[in-house]
Write a protein that binds this ligand. Structure first.
Ligand SMILES: Cc1ncc(COP(=O)(O)O)c(C=O)c1O
Length: 211
């Protein structure tokens, strides 16, 4: 099937597009028929087969993990389900074994779901370093300037929600590997549209210098 045919198939599956033009703003989006059907199927299982629902659902969850992993170049065992970003990222933030003197870097213009969970760590003694993105551009150099050898986390959205700026996560990944910091990427605006690639966390280079 050609790319054009695939695109037409996808469009045909979205009834809203018959009479309207939809320009993505990521807050609300028109529902494809297949998503509607899957939701209904899920509700039917819960309402009619509650006792066995977990077992019936397992192959669907497994398939979802496989497909999601494919989208981000990872493997299914690295994929976990969360209700939404606002639920998942605080679990990441609280999952780090923070030590006294640690710091993290986050952009002051981040989407709230990828901001509030980080700044709240200040109450636990973590130094929160907020960088700003002039003209909406969150360049790796801005992050580099804020980093040191106590930086444990750099949190960014791959695509910034208010400017559409595409952050160079590959360059940030290199910076974080050098420092042994964790790079946390919110892919809400990019996964599916771009091709973010996950890779395993690099270890702090023995004797390596942080920028
Ligand atoms: C960068 C970013 N993260 C997350 C979200 C959504 O957060 P949640 O999944 O908690 O609704 C959005 C929505 O626009 C977003 O732009």
């Amino acid at each position: 099937m050609t790319h054009k045919q695939k695109l037409n198939d996808a469009r045909d599956d979205i009834p809203f597009l018959k009479n309207e033009i939809y320009v993505d703003n990521a807050s609300v989006s028109p529902l494809p028929r297949r998503v509607q059907a899957a939701s209904e199927h899920c509700n039917t299982i819960i309402s009619e087969q509650l006792r066995d629902a977990k077992e019936i659902a397992k192959p669907y969850f497994d398939r979802g993990r496989t497909l999601a992993a494919k989208l981000v170049g990872s493997s299914p065992q690295n994929v976990a389900y969360f209700q939404n970003t606002s639920h998942g990222l605080p679990l990441v933030a609280l999952g780090v074994d923070w030590r006294p003197g640690d710091n993290l870097i986050v952009c002051a213009q981040e989407f709230p779901a990828n901001y509030l969970c980080w700044i709240q760590l200040a109450a636990m003694g973590v130094e929160v370093r907020q960088v700003t993105s002039p003209g909406g551009r969150l360049e790796p150099d801005l992050i580099r300037e804020a980093m040191d050898d106590r930086t444990r986390v750099v949190a960014v959205s791959h695509v910034q929600f208010y400017s559409g700026f595409r952050v160079d996560v590959s360059a940030l990944g290199d910076l974080c590997s050098e420092c042994g910091a964790l790079l946390v990427v919110d892919g809400t605006q990019s996964v599916g549209a771009l091709q973010p690639r996950c890779r395993s966390r690099g270890n702090r280079r023995p004797g390596g210098e942080c920028p």
